[in-house]
Design a protein around this ligand. Structure first.
Ligand code: GAL
Ligand code: ZN
Length: 679
């Protein structure tokens, strides 16, 4: 039975396209004609249009002119392409900022931005919300039933916060509701007796900022939550006319790499499928490391909706906004595009189709450069990617059934950064999550990245790195997971604070987690950056850095002991049977080798296996991933080494989808990939 799930049900094919800004070229005769021809040549079947078009679509208040969009959508359709249509709220026309300054954002310093840049709007402003609703309604009325349009791209990379009086008021209302209009409840949750910070009323509350308050952790955390809440509310406002007039068109918004400001687990509730903009800093160091970190985010975006996502933006060559802007080397261009597909993307899309002639993006990579021809290395690599996507089109819609997961949580990250203590030079939460994910990546094991509240029942192994903030729902979820037979790996700092950033009383990890893990953490030694400690597991010694927690045992078995420090001979890693499952606790941060050993034991014990034939890490820089439609398994093998040709055995005979041959193993040149289908 087919288990496919499509991002854009009206177009069940791989999307190969780009952000397209034809309005920048309206005075250049022949460019649009050339674009259509080049799109066909590039094997591009989609363009994302309208993202920053508001000034063209509504040149004066209430005066709409859709002629350029009419024509471009018509042309793309006649050219055999599809359109993902954007709402233009990411940047607004000058007249609006002039007439209604409230649409502009106010910074944490209380200063209102002038017109300029993008994404600098207030999320609360009733005027801005109304203007956005109105233009979106007109777009939906005009194009909602146009067969060329297959999805909505809402705004662009939502981000940032606004401190204007309207937003401050909305924040207070948010808190009033959350704390049942009871200021005493808020004061307790935020521990404001500290430094005489007690609030007398909700009207005294201001967002955290350099001129206000930053030492009240509950306030900081609730402000982050509010920003996510208000952004979601803004998205609901944006999508209201689209939901009403075009219920058949799915809605997405493009998200980002290592993005901090918004809780995407929550935000994903108001979109139909996830999409994101992936711009790793290739070739700055080991590409294996860079690829694995990008893989983490691909895995996260697939896990958000537990279905395929779109790679909404990527560069076909280079970007223009990093400290150094280096083109992708030959081979890595197509490989990095197919990486997204290996992890569940149903598209490869670029920023942008045609390189701007002026302004800040004139040196950003594009499919078509300033020479306007197809005769470039970059264009040819885009062509090649398009050809590959056409060959493997049957994979579109197939899903990933990971049996391993790493928990990553925005609230936890914010709380860790709040915490004054441990190392104040950075808690390394991203890096730590990446490190556990790496173990799966190097072994070709599919891995989801999930919220602590996610349904964990599909997973045999769950890793919860540095899960410092654990609310009662998380405690329940983890307890339920282990007692039902799951294997959970927790680490130092687990279960330290609750949902309002108050320390759990009665020892950590919090409440029931002590029984799950059979341990209690008594204190934590923060090491100086150059300091190293050690732990022994079996007859091997492992190097520790940054954190060593000292444990008391409550029933757990010791797997590894510290071999130095004042806690020498005390437990460094423990395991505990709980219900039908197992809870392993790693009390210390290691340099990578201990994680490898621990997780490979758990992988063996739980029968989680690689999608290729491997029971140890693949050669350096090599990884493998799988997708399935319920009948067939599709295996992607990727080689990020720029030097080595590698041979990887498959789990039996498969069809090489690029050559049509039956094979049992694959040989990959540097920067290349193979795609295989089960028989
Ligand atoms: C993205 C943005 C695009 C473009 C691109 C350049 O963050 O959404 O509009 O600016 O970066 O890399
Ligand atoms: Zn505002």
């Amino acid at each position: 039975m087919s288990e496919k799930q499509y991002t854009c049900p009206d177009f069940p094919h791989f999307i190969h396209g780009a952000d397209y800004n034809p309005e920048q070229w309206m005075d250049y005769k022949g460019v649009w004609d050339a674009d259509m021809e080049l799109m066909r040549e590039a094997h591009c079947n989609e363009m994302t249009v309208g993202i920053f078009s508001w000034a063209k679509l509504e040149p004066r208040e209430g005066e709409y002119d859709f002629s350029f969009l009419d024509e471009i959508i018509d042309r793309i359709g006649k050219n055999g392409g599809k359109v993902i249509l954007a709402t233009p709220s990411g940047a607004r026309p000058h007249w609006m900022a002039d007439k209604y300054p409230e649409v502009l954002r106010v910074g944490a310093d209380g200063v209102r931005a002038h017109f300029g840049g993008r994404h600098n709007h207030c999320f609360t402003s009733p005027v801005y919300r109304e203007k956005v609703r109105e233009i979106n309604r007109r777009l939906a009325e005009r194009y909602g039933n146009n067969p060329t349009v297959i999805a909505w791209h809402i705004s662009n990379e939502y981000s940032g916060e606004c401190h204007c009086p309207l937003c401050v008021q909305a924040f207070r209302d948010f808190l009033r509701e959350k704390y049942h209009n009871d200021i005493a409840e808020l004061n307790h949750a935020w521990w404001t007796t500290f430094w005489s910070h007690t609030y007398d009323s909700f009207d005294q509350i201001e967002p955290p900022g350099a001129l206000t308050e930053t030492g009240v952790h509950g306030l900081n955390l609730d402000w982050h939550r509010f920003v996510t809440h208000q952004t979601m509310d803004f998205i609901k406002n944006e999508t209201a006319p689209l939901r009403e007039l075009t219920p058949h068109l799915p809605v997405t918004t493009n998200m980002m790499y290592e993005f901090y400001d918004l809780d995407y687990h929550k935000l994903s509730e108001v979109i139909d499928f996830a999409s994101w903009d992936c711009y790793p800093e290739w070739h700055n160091g080991d590409d294996a490391v860079i690829a694995q970190r990008a893989a983490f985010w691909h895995d996260l975006y697939r896990s958000l909706k537990r279905k395929p996502f779109l790679l909404m933006e990527s560069t076909p060559s280079l970007v223009n906004w990093k400290p150094y802007n280096k083109p992708k080397r030959p081979g890595l261009d197509t490989l990095s595009s197919l990486q997204a597909v290996a992890h569940g993307s149903d598209s490869v899309q670029y920023f942008q189709w045609r390189k701007s002639r002026g302004s800040s993006e004139k040196f950003h990579g594009a499919v078509v450069g300033h020479d306007g021809t197809a005769d470039t290395r970059v264009f040819r690599s885009v062509q090649r990617t398009g050809e590959v996507l056409e060959k493997i089109d049957e994979i579109c819609g197939s899903i990933t059934k990971a049996r391993a997961a790493v928990i990553f949580d925005w609230e936890n990250m914010w709380a860790l950064d709040n915490s004054q203590g441990y190392s104040n030079e950075g808690k390394k939460y991203f890096e730590t999550c990446y490190e556990y994910h790496r173990v799966f990546w190097e072994r070709g094991i599919d891995c989801d990245i999930v919220s602590p509240h996610a349904d964990l029942s599909d997973y045999r192994i769950v890793v919860a790195p540095m899960l410092y903030l654990t609310d009662p729902e998380t405690i329940k979820n983890l307890t339920y997971y282990v007692s039902g037979g799951g294997t959970l790996l927790g680490t130092y700092m687990l279960g330290t604070v609750d949902e309002t950033d108050l320390c759990w009383l009665g020892g950590i990890p919090a409440t029931a987690l002590k029984d799950v893990f059979g341990i209690e953490a008594e204190e934590i030694d923060t090491l100086y950056p150059s300091e190293r400690q050690h732990a022994a597991l079996g007859d091997k010694e492992y190097t520790l850095q940054d954190y060593c927690e000292v444990l008391r045992l409550h029933g757990a078995t010791v797997l590894a002991k510290y071999t130095d420090g004042y806690y020498k001979d005390t437990p460094a890693v423990t395991t505990h049977g709980f219900g039908k499952g197992h809870a392993v606790y790693q009390a210390c941060r290691d340099d990578g080798a201990l994680k490898d050993e621990l997780l490979s034991r758990l992988i063996r014990n739980t029968g989680v296996y690689s999608v290729v034939l491997a029971d140890k890490p693949l050669p350096h820089g090599v990884t493998a991933h799988s997708r399935t439609d319920g009948e067939h398994t599709y295996v992607f093998v990727e080689n990020y080494s720029d030097q080595d040709t590698v041979t990887v055995p498959l789990r039996g005979e498969m069809v090489d989808m690029l050559t049509g041959e039956r094979v049992k193993e694959c040989t990959l040149q540097p920067y290349s990939f193979g795609i295989f289908k089960s028989l």
